[in-house]
Structures are given as C-alpha cells and as structure tokens.
Design a protein around this ligand. Structure first.
Ligand code: WT7
Length: 572
C-alpha cells in the first residue's frame, strides 16, 4: 500500500545533518539538565516552575490565561508562590502526603494549574478529570484509584458520588461563598491565607506523577500511571518537536483532562521556561483566531478535528485576523488529512506538523520535526532516542510498505510506569523482542516515515478523544429498554469517527425516534457527552460469537459495506 497524496514539502534544514548529529544520542545527556544528576532526587513541579523563578526568567510570564470573564498573567515567580500556596492548602487541610491520589475535576482556570503543581510539589499523584465527565465516569476513575482528595467546583460536585467513594477524605471547592463544614474547604480563601513557602517533597524519578484514565476496547477505562522521569522526554521533545525557544508564546489547545493537556499543556512548555497560553471556555473559530492574534502566539499545538472545524469556518474568516506571529504549527490525536496540511499552508502560510504518541507513551515518539521535509499524510519519523518498527503478531520486523503493528522498543523515558491496579494489563502491551505494541496499524516507507492505517482494536477516535466501545455498550445496557448493544466508530469527515450504536431492544419496547433520543441522553448524562452515540440503529439481533461476544467487526463491515471476513466463530 502506498499513499502519496501531495508533494513532499521541503524543510528548512537538512534532515541528514540532523540525524547525523543525534545518531549517538542518549537520554543520559538530557538528565544533565536537571538537578537529579547531583542529588538523585527530582520533582517535576520544581523543574517546571521554581527552577526558572531563580533565574533571569523570574519575571517572565509563565501563564497567560483568558476566558469570557478573566484575563490574567502570572510570572514564573508568581507561579512558584501560588503553587507553593496550593501545596500548603492541600497539605494542611487535605493531609496530602507522597503517593496520595489528588483528583482535580474542574474547568480550566489558573487555580487548576496552581492545584496540579501544588499537589505535585507534595509528591502526590494527580488525577485530572475532564470537566465534561458525568457521574459514572467520575465514579469509575476515583474508585479505581482510591482518590483521597478532590479539588472541584460547587457545580461539578453534583456529579461526584461522594457516598460511593470511601477513600475520599477531603474536598476543596473552588468558587464563591463556599460554606466550609469540615468536609468541604474553600480553596480560594485558604489559598489566599496560605504561606508562600513550601517544603518540596523530593522523589525518586520512578515515583508517581500523574494518572490519566484512557479507554481500551474492553473493560473499564484503565489508569495509566506516569512518573517524574517523563520530564526528560517532555523537555527534550518540547525543544525538538515543539521547537520552543526563549521568546516563544506557546498555545496548546488540549484540556489537562487528556494527556496532551498535561505533557504539552503543562510540563513540556514550562520545563523549557516558555510562556504558556491557556484559554478557558469553549471552542469557536472566532475566539481561537483572536487568541492567536491577541497573544501573538508563535507555536500552536492542536488536533486534526479542530483544524477541520476551522477549515469548515472558511478562509474569509482567517483573513479577518492577524495570525502573522505563528511560526510553528503542530497536530496530534488522529490522522492529519493531507487536505488539512494543504489548507494550513494556504491560510497560515505554515505547514502543520503531525506527530504520533498515546496516553500510554507519555510523550511524542514519532514526529515531523521542523527540520524535516513533510510528507503530507505521514506522522513522520521516530525522534532521536526512540526506535520504532512495524512488526507482525510474533514481533518480527516487517520490511518497508508492509502493514503491521506499530511498535516501539522499550526504554524511552516517558513510558507509562504501570496500569493502576492492573499489572497484567500493563504486561499485555508487550511482545517478544521488548516491543511495546501500540494497537495502531501502520507501515513505514523507504525513507523511514511512518504512515498510520488504523486501530487494530475497536477503540473509537471521535473528535480526537479515545472512546472504548465496551464502556459505551455497558452504559447502554443499563437503560431499561436495551437488551444488547454493539458500538462502532463510523468514519466522519469532521470528527474523524462518530459513535454508532446497534441496539436490540427488550421485549415490550417499541422502536421510535423518541426512544433513540432518550437512550442518547442516558449515555450523555451517565457517561459523557462525547461518549453518546450520534447514530443509533435498532436491530432484532446482534452478531455474536458462540461465546457471546458482540462482533463489532461484523457490525462495522455491514455499516461500511465491506467484506465481513471470517464468520466461523459467529453463532447461528
Ligand atoms: C491514539 C492514542 C497522545 C495524543 C492524544 C491522543 C491516535 C494519535 C495520531 C496521529 C494518527 C494518531 C492513535 C493512537 N493517534 N496521534 N498523528 N495520526 N493517529 O492520545 O487518547 O491515548 O490516543 O490516537 O490511534 O493510538 P490517546
């Protein structure tokens, strides 16, 4: 298979020179950038913030924050003090100690970032939750990780099933007129009173930093644990791939509920001492362009689904804004269509640089870095210090142009440390030959560029978010009308994929559009808006294996008019 939709775009340097320079690169070199080379101990929040507050960057803006009602900026010195204060609040009233899970469930705001950094300074493990999560999603994650402390808002507290979370001891509320009563603390009031001095908890580099829950094709979402050691790769890729330099103004559009919003919305930019722009509130093409114009954003990291929505808003709109500050534009999360790269070149006069990684990998692994010629449609090449290959199901490397499993040789610094409560699951990612197997299929061309072909499992990527079909199916069958459900991703020009559910009703229920809408709302309110099926189709029966497993592959084949493949395991 070979796709070469657009001509190669030349980079501004010579890729060969670059590869020559890094031929013998070792992550040991990056270690020298941080204090642990002297002490053996580290703390991510210290390296990201405090370190700069002691240098010429002290009064440099670390955070620009804007939403509909706030427009604020904080220097590295202020970020140090405010995260120290947050650490003191969490420690004094939340009794937070090293290794405790501290969950943060709130919309983006400066306080979210103070809380995350403060918790990390105490050696706690942060569990960020996307603000759109509903009760079921919150419960699964906080139960599995036995969260001890929660920082949230009065509005979102309604979605926290406090009585079903026995491990949860302390709750901090961020908002106005908080009624403190021994269980709930007023985070802002306590922050205000707290001391600016904090004793940082120095930790081993393999100690827990952050827990991101992500979906697979089976079971509940799994807790991917990352450790402080990831900083090596966050820092190095922020330099190589994001190409951050001293005067940059950087904007990552991802929410910290997802891994892109922490690895590259918090750690990468601040480890390199970069001014970081955060926008609160919702997406709109006008707001987004205005952010770039008003803050003079130079480096912009977003996702294909957003670029496609911007493209859909039209070229005339782009012309109403001054986007000339942009120097480097990047994309991650799903395949970046060659048309989008072409559009980006036209309207921003910038090539959009695709890169590939996953929640589990913690940081970018395959990328189009600035110096290389882009082949539109390709994810790029492995970064220095990373070995990637296409392997068959036994772990044998395949030659160029053969499609197979995209696999990475174990040993990159930001690799997940474990799956929380589920070491067997962690082991299941590996294959003989020390290969980490991604679950993506791809091929490699003769220049070593990787081309994404699809997921090998049933995981759905909708608007850049990973949704496990099993989780949606489980929610669907909780609805009284639903006997069985099978969920697939259906290709969609804007969202990448949409969620489509096939449903067999229980006896006594009649098919109707109202029922479809009711079921959709049920998932939306019980799980998350982005997990609710956009399409529902009722069926008498669903295709199943003899052992009773729903055959999503068959549903997908029917939906897309593709060959169904081997049906020997299907029940009659
Ligand atoms: C899955 C991981 C970490 C980034 C945010 C998503 C898909 C990611 C690309 C890309 C094609 C991509 C893969 C991967 N994906 N980047 N450049 N081209 N597909 O993290 O939620 O853990 O999802 O996203 O299928 O396995 P995630």
């Amino acid at each position: 298979m070979r796709v070469e939709a657009l001509p190669v775009v030349q980079g501004n340097h010579n890729l060969r020179d670059y590869e020559e320079t890094y031929k013998h690169f070792s992550w040991k070199e990056t270690e020298k950038e941080f204090t642990w080379s002297e002490t053996g101990l580290v703390n991510m929040a210290y390296e990201a913030i405090d370190r700069h507050a002691a240098t010429f960057r002290k009064n440099k803006v670390a955070l620009y924050y804007r939403d509909a009602s706030r427009n604020e900026k904080y220097t590295f010195k202020e970020m140090k003090e405010l995260s120290n204060k947050a650490g003191n609040v969490l420690k004094t009233y939340g009794d937070v100690e090293k290794g405790d899970r501290v969950f943060i469930f709130m919309p983006r705001s400066p306080e979210l970032y103070f809380a995350v950094l403060g918790a990390i300074k105490l050696g706690a493990i942060v569990g960020p939750l996307f603000e759109a999560f509903m009760e079921g999603a919150v419960r699964d994650r906080m139960q599995d990780s036995e969260a001890k402390v929660l920082v949230t808002t009065p509005e979102l507290l309604e979605r926290v099933p406090v009585n079903e979370l026995p491990a949860l001891k302390h709750i901090f509320l961020v908002g106005k007129n908080i009624d403190e009563n021994g269980t709930y603390f007023d985070f802002l009031k306590r922050l205000d009173e707290a001391s600016k001095e904090l004793r940082i908890e120095w930790v081993e580099k393999t100690e827990g930093l952050i827990l991101h829950y992500t979906s697979g094709s089976t079971g509940k979402p799994k807790g991917v644990l990352h450790v402080h050691n990831a900083m090596l790769q966050h820092y190095q890729t922020a330099k190589w791939v994001l190409n951050l330099k001293e005067d940059d103004v950087y904007w990552c559009t991802a929410d910290p509920g997802w891994v892109t919003g922490t690895s590259y919305g918090i750690f990468g930019p601040w480890l390199t001492g970069t001014s970081n722009v955060i926008m609160g509130g919702r997406f709109s093409p006008q707001n987004w362009y205005k952010m770039i114009e008003d803050f003079g954003v130079t480096v912009w990291y977003s996702a294909p689904t957003s670029f496609r929505m911007l493209m859909g808003a039209g070229d005339e709109l782009v012309k109403q804004y001054d986007l000339s500050s942009l120097r480097h534009v990047l994309s991650v999360g799903e395949p970046l269509n060659p048309e989008v790269v072409k559009w980006g070149s036209k309207v921003f006069n910038k090539r959009i640089h695709d890169n590939w990684w996953m929640t589990e990998t913690g940081a970018q692994l395959i990328s189009n870095y600035p110096c290389m010629p882009i082949k539109p449609g390709s994810m790029g090449k492995p970064i220095p210090g990373v070995v990637a290959a296409i392997v068959d199901d036994q772990g044998n490397e395949l030659p160029p142009y053969r499609m197979g499993n995209l696999a990475i040789k174990k040993g990159w610094p930001s690799m997940m440390h474990t799956i929380w409560n589920n070491p067997q699951k962690y082991e299941s990612y590996f294959m003989p030959g020390d290969w980490y197997v991604s679950g993506d299929s791809a091929y490699k061309d003769e220049d070593g560029y990787f081309w994404f072909q699809g997921r090998v499992d049933d995981v759905i990527m909708t608007s850049g978010e990973r949704v496990g079909p099993f989780e949606v199916e489980s929610k669907l069958v909780e609805h009284p009308a639903v006997a069985e459900a099978g969920v697939i991703g259906k290709p969609d020009p804007v969202r990448g994929e949409i969620i489509k559910a096939f449903i067999a009703l229980r006896d006594g229920y009649k098919q109707s559009d109202e029922l479809k809408e009711e079921i959709r709302q049920f998932v939306k309110l019980g799980l998350a808006a982005h997990a609710a099926p956009r399409e529902i189709e009722f069926r008498e029966k669903l295709p199943k294996t003899r052992s009773g497993k729903i055959m999503r592959r068959v549903l997908k084949a029917w939906e897309l008019d593709l060959p169904t493949g081997d049906l020997s395991t299907m029940e009659d």
